[in-house]
Design a protein around this ligand. Sequence first.
Ligand code: BMA
Length: 363
Amino acid sequence: MICCLPLALKMHAQDLPVDKKATAETIHLYRHLKSLPQKGFLFGHQDDLAYGVGWKYMPGRSDVRDVTGDYPGLYGWELGGIELDHPVNLDGVPFDKMREFIRLAYRRGGVITISWHLNNPLTGGTAWQPAPGTVASLLPGGEKNALYKSWLDKVAVFLQSLKGDRGENIPVILRLFHELNGSWFWWGANHCTPDELQRLWRFTLSYLRDEKQLHNLLYAYNTDNFATPEAWLERYPGDDWIDVAGFDTYQRKSNAEFAAAFDNMLTMLGSIAAKHGKIPALTEFGYNGLPDSSWWTGTFLPVLQKHRLAYIMAWRNAGEEPGGHHEFYVPFTGQASAADFVRFHASPRALFQQAATKEKLYQ
Ligand code: BMA
């Protein structure tokens, strides 16, 4: 089909991602994600192939697959630590293994999204350690701009190293400065002005796209929970600077309270995405520990089905962590909500790997 590509691109010239030089595979993915919500949503899971509850690095294994017989249609990965030249990310995932998992998932037609809990470049603290002036220090002319660029260089090397079997760059949805309306990260709402965040966003995107010439990226802007469309848009960098519009949400209250708030946010996101011509997505979600055996089809799916999203992504199945902390967001074999997750998988709108493969998202 190479011969027909320029014509195809011209015909749709009005609808390109923010990177006008995006690779053919990236443009295909972008356009599929635009129309996919009419059919259903890709089901995604963070770190799915690396570990699950009670296991780590077992080739081919996945908690999602153990329970449903099907892999996710979308895979989340995390780069925190790459800026320090660490061989593993902040959750212990070796970057070399991550690259192989990404190749594997892409080969079977899955979609890749990447977040980055980068350290605080001003103080050397973690992403969760804000300090006044951090965002301003990263902008051109700021005292940490050179350091920040050197960190972006490392991210660029990794993103550039993701290659398909024909040597093509694997498209990635890069989720920059996520949950930026919260204040737990140094880029959060109480630690910089909307203008500073927007300048940092545009600087970062321009640097990756124009300086580093990365053309395999779609860019996701996502808040945490939000109360009004104005709140979601407060730090929005502009229609020319994002491809995916999303938010993260976790259930921490009763089913009824969660469902009502979730429904309301999805309604607002739906109109924002339609108005601004963006891909709507639930960029992170979860109910830690899944104590309700019918949560998937009793609480979550009834709300989801009322709305149109290109993808949803459950956060990581870390399992038991030091200090007795327990974290998982999809069931594993024998978990209380496992049977209900199988029913969720059977929903025609839930697109896991087998359905994603059929969509041929890169063609
Ligand atoms: C958080 C938790 C942490 C993890 C961090 C970055 O939500 O899952 O355990 O280190 O994300 O992935």
